[in-house]
Design a protein around this ligand. Sequence first.
Ligand SMILES: [Zn+2]
Length: 262
Amino acid sequence: MNALRRISSVLILLIFATQLHAAEKLIALTFDDGPRPYVLFGTKDPQPAPGLLALLDRQQVKATFFVMGWRLTPKTWGEGRYETNVGITCIDAAKQLLKDGHEIENHTFGHEDLRIAEKKKGEAWVLADVDKGAKVIEALTGSRPKYLRPPDWDLTSEERHDLEARGYHIMTIASENPIAVRDINTLDYLCAGKHPTQCPKPSLAQAVLNQIDVRERHGVTTDILTFHELTTTTAQLDEVITALKGRGYKFVRLDEYMQRVK
Ligand SMILES: [Zn+2]
């Protein structure tokens, strides 16, 4: 009887220890290239599409939006040629993001490839473009954005060095950074457009879940997912969030994620 009791207390201790060391399962959902009012609020025509904000609200998920600074200038509704005007300016869309508890971070002002821009216009232009992006965000949020995701993650090591010296935390897919704080490229932009032949198979949602499976097999259970403000992405997102919640993942904004994942 005593032996049994001892075994059971050892077992209980073991269970406790495993729980204490159970890896935290965290996801930071991030969306680039907005604010795009027609994606955030949805459209009725030409095709009805649900809004991303309503979806996040229903799922009780807070996310992080890497915005293009030029959109946060007055009387800007988006890119007229490609984006349905739903009568809401990008600034008003950004205000709603903040009201809903989401985070806004910097994706530069002009959304130019920083490596190419340096060659064409010089590094001073690049630094000014990033600062300009930060400034329009600060005007809206009241605080300077900390995180910078360069378009296509592309920049020279000199630009990286100088931007870091100015206090920017640069998001990257580069392998020299620890895997848990590296962006995951979901390839969701390949699913946009009329003939998305390159869209990951069997579906964007499944492909994202497969990427997370692979990371889990390597013991990584914290992920920064990089999506774009696209209606095609919104259409797959419910499936991704529901599946990951079912596997025990919690969703947090990037600022919180970076504090918890080190
Ligand atoms: Zn972008």
